[in-house]
Design a protein around this ligand. Structure first.
Ligand SMILES: Nc1ncnc2c1ncn2[C@@H]1O[C@H](COP(=O)(O)OS(=O)(=O)O)[C@@H](OP(=O)(O)O)[C@H]1O
Length: 352
């Protein structure tokens, strides 16, 4: 071949390579600008799926008319849990329905997810931090994909989630009728010990020490030191129990949400919960809710490896030093939660 022809072919190849490089860069630039216009989609590859329910079936339909056999077996278990709540409400109507009607301010614990038609009543000390994180993912329209990327304190900022009390009365009624309403419960005394350990035995929880610890020590401890009265940071479990059963306490103000009864926080005798999740089967029940909401294949409840969790054995130990008179009175305070959510009287209790 002539050298001139070879030179032409070489130039031709270089031109094609330059053209291909330019075209490739151009396409990249287009993708870059597109992703700038839709930053949310770029951050979260699941954005479209997590954003909005795509199937025609709502979570309520999935729960009450399951198509998959595996879901129908679980549905039977949840029907039994709902029946237990209904029967307890009926049998204890004098106490459980002390309030005839609810006002919007009673709905502050009900977190709403409009996109997936869910309402979650959060109960502190029942992994509500993780559930609030999930609700932020579900309602975030792609802002988050991994619940654990949300710091715990952010999950508790009330402005980050919408609650049912923020809607008008017709909007509240519509949502109560057509959304899947759920809550998570825990054995009441284990929940109480979890609250005590977290709020009164951790040095960093100074706001609780000041707000409640000082009051508890003042009322329950004879010969308290000036330092204990000032700091309120060494409340004993016996003193905490004495404070809870003291009739003055609830006359003065409602219990703090961390030890308030579930029936006072979520009003299960007024609001018909479709699903009662249990702490004892937390991950299984949570993932079932996510499955009903149509996001179960890519969103899971965060798993947990904390070894210091409050256990039944630990709870038994805490109750060793409580007199049977106080145990009996404390059981009366939490009795409806025990009955409603089918927790038996703990074997370590010495009731009078
Ligand atoms: N995935 C998972 N599995 C098992 N246990 C879990 C999980 N996530 C949270 N937890 C336990 O839930 C307790 C904290 O609950 P909350 O987040 O509701 O607490 S708070 O109200 O925000 O203070 C706290 O219980 P205790 O450790 O017994 O206090 C956590 O250990």
């Amino acid at each position: 071949m002539k050298p001139a022809l070879l030179e032409v072919m070489r130039m031709n190849r270089i031109c094609r390579m330059v053209l291909a490089t330019c075209l490739g860069s151009f396409i990249l630039v287009i993708f870059y600008f597109q992703s700038m216009l839709h930053p949310v989609m770029r951050r979260n590859p699941f954005a479209v799926d997590i954003c909005c329910r795509k199937g025609s079936r709502s979570p309520l339909q999935e729960l009450y008319n399951p198509i998959q056999l595996e879901l129908s077996n679980t549905a039977v278990l949840h029907q039994m849990r709902r029946d237990q709540v209904t029967d307890t409400c009926r049998a204890n109507s004098a106490v459980s329905r002390k309030r005839r009607v609810l006002t919007p301010s009673d709905l502050k614990h009900l977190v709403v997810d409009e996109d997936h038609e869910l309402i979650y009543c959060y109960v502190p000390k029942v992994a509500c931090t993780n559930w609030k994180r999930l609700m932020m993912v579900l309602t975030g329209r792609g802002k988050y994909s991994d619940p654990m990327e949300i710091p715990a304190n952010e999950a508790h900022v009330s402005a980050n989630l919408k609650t049912l009390n923020q809607y008008s009365i017709p909007e509240i009624n519509h949502r109560l009728k057509s959304y899947l309403k759920f809550l998570f419960v825990r054995e009441p005394f284990e929940r109480l010990v979890s609250a005590y350990r977290n709020k009164f035995t951790q040095k960093y929880n100074t706001s609780f020490h000041k707000r409640y610890g000082t009051k508890i020590i003042k009322r329950q401890r004879k010969n308290a030191t000036q330092e204990a009265l000032r700091k309120g940071d060494d409340v004993k479990f016996e003193e905490f129990v004495a404070y809870l059963i003291d009739p003055h306490t609830q006359r003065e103000e409602p219990f703090n949400e961390h030890w308030q009864t579930v029936y006072s926080l979520c009003h299960p005798c007024h609001i018909h919960y479709d699903l009662v999740g249990k702490y004892e089967t937390l991950e299984e029940d949570s993932n079932y809710v996510l499955q009903l909401a149509g996001v179960g294949s890519y969103l899971k409840f965060p798993t947990y490896a904390k070894s210091t969790r409050t256990t039944d054995e630990m709870t038994t130990e805490f109750f060793q030093n409580i007199s049977s008179e106080h145990q009996t009175q404390l059981y009366e305070v939490y009795k409806l939660d025990f009955l409603m959510f089918n927790y038996s009287v703990p074997s370590y209790l010495k009731l009078e």
